[in-house]
Design a protein around this ligand. Structure first.
Ligand code: ATP
Ligand code: MG
Length: 657
């Protein structure tokens, strides 16, 4: 069993694991603590994370990023069409109403849904973690944006299921950061509150939360977002600038050349980072197109002018969080910055302008705070470690209403806001209705215009198949329980009636030997559960199963490709290694005819490796070939080893005598 927390970022993701001595952010197969959030498809195999990044330039059309921006969306969503498309090179398509990609995989066109792509990525993070822990991984907490809606959250859980990962919680990312902050502070007030505002400016969005801390607990007071303001918007502004400049300067149009644009984006991101610490920076893109080496430069002042529209968006969510929290500036005890883009001086200046006179603190690890927090959350939910409990109350971003067909004389007003904006969560609420006939209740977001892009406000439909008749022929009072759970997902929990029963309590003994009290009648309410059906936007179980099977197959195919490559390398290595050793180390342990025979076999294997057949053989063929060579070579190796070990064994024997 393992305790794992994931910060699922637009650009990179980070993995935290809990160990006895604390929480570690782990490194991936190439020793990076952040893994590119990319999935790619090739002629022989998929490439995910670092491997996808390595081949991105040469295969950008089959490489997909922005995974967290796509999951839970439809193809027609205006945010997908007008915004996400700008940042993607792969072909987006409609797959049964959801957004997917069409890619070239195994030499053929294939389509995958965004949920499947996220599943592939989660599986990769799972494998990275399992390799580090040398243990299978199943339980995780994943940090997601607080602005995710029900359908996006459900899609994340579907993706995790496809990847065989059990999500103990989808935690809002700034809440995870707040948990990491609170749980490590030993000086939180017993009485009163310490109010901290967390500001995360990442690659694609801004998230901010005002959180009240006291000893052993945190309460999120308000959260606010700009889903379209982050590092990638800055990169985009720079690409526009240089693209225009190169039209004049080099008479080239990079915008008509996806590869050139792609390479310019990478260079602009580099330039942007240099400008965070320097007043001026160069831009160089070798052979950007038409054999032209493009170069230019930019000052920090020029950058600030170019990105003014992006910078201007930063203050609004910060003002909103302050306002909704009800805190005055004086009551704000600290501001904690996280997210890569808060390293930009002009971004900081904008944040500062909302909190004049306050110190902007960067004591949290800007890049890893969310993953650490998610890992703490996992540790608290998992039985593996005993962690000091820290109570967390988060809030609901979008108001949820329940609606039903009005029933004359039933006195049930529809619609009803069940979970208002900023309602504490997780939470369960019960609703009483007066009914005679089977009925339906629909749960939906109350304000569709306030939701991301074109997300359908529908959440769930509840269908009661029966209503027990009231003996007097009147309406029956039935109850529904709705839950906003740990993941921020809403569901109908139960449907029931309450029956009141009077039961006699056994009389209490009078120990003083006086008169026994008369038996008491006590009223009990008994819950009687009734059948209901609730539909929601999670994938159908059969589809999850089908995707899971497909994922398992692709995973196994990738593994076979890697293992085959590994066995091929082993064969190649044996040929070179053995040939060298025959002349040196093994020279006095080999008979001449034995040597001739082995050398010939090595040569034959080498020649074969360079034939078409040998280049692309199966794993078992490489294994067979290697085994055949070892049959000839092992006796020699053994002779040498025995001779090497004999004196050592003798010495050991002498010691013990
Ligand atoms: P999101 O939270 O929006 O989903 P993310 O978590 O992947 O995205 P972060 O890792 O917080 O994003 O930040 C990445 C962004 O920060 C990128 O745009 C990157 O270019 C930018 N960034 C990182 N370091 C610097 C720096 N020194 N100067 C300027 N920008 C930087
Ligand atoms: Mg982030």
């Amino acid at each position: 069993m393992s305790v794992v927390g994931i910060d699922f970022g637009t650009l990179h993701s980070k993995i935290g694991v809990a160990r006895h001595r604390g929480i570690d952010i782990i490194a991936n197969e190439v020793s990076n603590r952040a893994t590119p959030s990319l999935v790619a498809f090739g002629p022989k195999q998929r490439a995910i994370g670092e491997a996808a990044k390595t081949q991105e330039t040469s295969n950008f059309k089959n490489t997909i990023g922005s995974l967290k921006r796509l999951i839970g969306r439809t193809f027609a969503d205006p945010e997908v069409q007008e915004v996400e498309k700008k940042f993607l090179n792969a072909k987006l398509v409609d797959v049964q109403g959801t957004v997917g990609v069409q890619v070239n995989y195994l030499g053929e066109p294939h389509t995958f849904t965004a949920t499947q792509l996220v599943a592939m990525y989660i599986a990769k993070l799972r494998d990275i973690t399992a390799a580090e822990l040398k243990n299978a991984v199943s339980d995780m907490v994943i940090a997601v944006p607080g602005w995710y809606t029900d359908i996006q959250r459900r899609a994340m859980l579907d993706a995790a299921q496809i990847a065989n990962v059990n999500v103990l919680r989808l935690v809002n990312d700034t809440t995870a950061v707040a948990l990491g902050y609170g749980i490590t502070k030993s000086d939180l007030p017993e009485d009163g509150e310490r109010n901290i505002i967390f500001v995360d400016v990442g690659h694609s969005s801004i998230s901010t939360s005002a959180v009240a801390f006291s000893k052993g607990r945190l309460v999120v007071k308000a959260s606010a977002y700009d889903r379209h303001c982050g590092g990638r918007d800055i990169d985009y502004a720079l690409v526009q600038h240089f693209g225009e400049q190169f039209k004049e300067k080099y008479k080239i149009d990079v915008f008509n050349n996806p590869k050139a644009t792609f390479r310019l984006v990478a260079s602009c991101e580099k330039l942007k980072k240099i400008l965070s610490a320097n007043a001026e920076a160069p831009l160089n893109v070798e052979s950007i197109m038409n054999d032209i080496d493009a170069s230019s430069k930019l000052t920090r002042d020029e950058l600030e002018q170019l990105i003014a529209p992006v910078l201007d968006r930063i203050t609004a969510p910060l003002q909103r969080v302050l306002e909704e929290s009800g805190l005055t500036l004086d009551q704000v005890d600290g501001i904690e910055l996280i997210g890569g883009s808060t390293r930009i001086p002009s971004v900081r200046a904008k944040i500062q302008s909302v909190f004049p006179g306050k110190v902007l603190s960067t004591t949290l690890n800007q890049d890893e705070a969310a993953a650490r927090g998610a890992t703490f959350s996992c540790a608290m939910l998992s039985p593996v470690f005993k962690v000091r409990d820290f109570h967390m109350t988060d809030i609901n971003a979008y108001p949820i209403k329940l609606e039903w067909d009005p029933i004359p004389d039933s006195e049930d007003d529809t619609p009803l806001t069940l979970f208002p904006h900023n309602n504490a969560m997780p939470i369960v609420k019960a609703l009483s209705l007066r009914r005679k006939e089977p009925f339906e209740v629909q749960a939906a977001y109350e304000d569709p215009a306030g939701l991301p892009g074109g997300i359908n406000p529908f959440i769930s439909r509840f269908v009661a198949k029966e209503v027990p008749a009231d003996p007097s022929g009147d309406f029956t009072t039935v109850k529904l329980r709705a839950r906003l759970n740990l993941h921020g997902i809403m569901s109908f929990d139960s449907y029931y009636i309450e029956e009141v029963e009077e039961r006699e309590e056994p009389a209490a003994m009078d120990v003083d030997g006086g008169e026994a009290a008369p038996p008491k009648k006590k009223r009990y309410t008994k819950k009687k559960e009734l059948p209901f059906i609730a539909t929601h936007t999670s994938l159908d179980k059969s589809i999850v199963e089908q995707y899971r099977e497909q994922e398992t197959q692709m995973w196994a195919a990738d593994k076979l490709v890697m293992d085959t490559e590994d066995r091929k390398n082993a064969l190649e290595e044996y040929v070179y290694d053995m040939r060298g050793k025959l002349d040196e180390r093994y020279a006095s342990y080999v008979q001449p005819d034995e040597k001739t025979k082995l050398l010939a076999a090595l040569q034959e294997a080498e020649d074969w490796l360079y034939t078409e057949e040998g280049e692309e053989a199966t794993k078992s063929l490489y294994v067979q070939r290697l085994d055949a060579l070892k049959k000839l070579g092992d006796p020699i190796t053994l002779r040498w080893r025995e001779n090497e070990e004999r004196p050592r064994a003798m010495a050991k024997l002498r010691e013990t005598l």
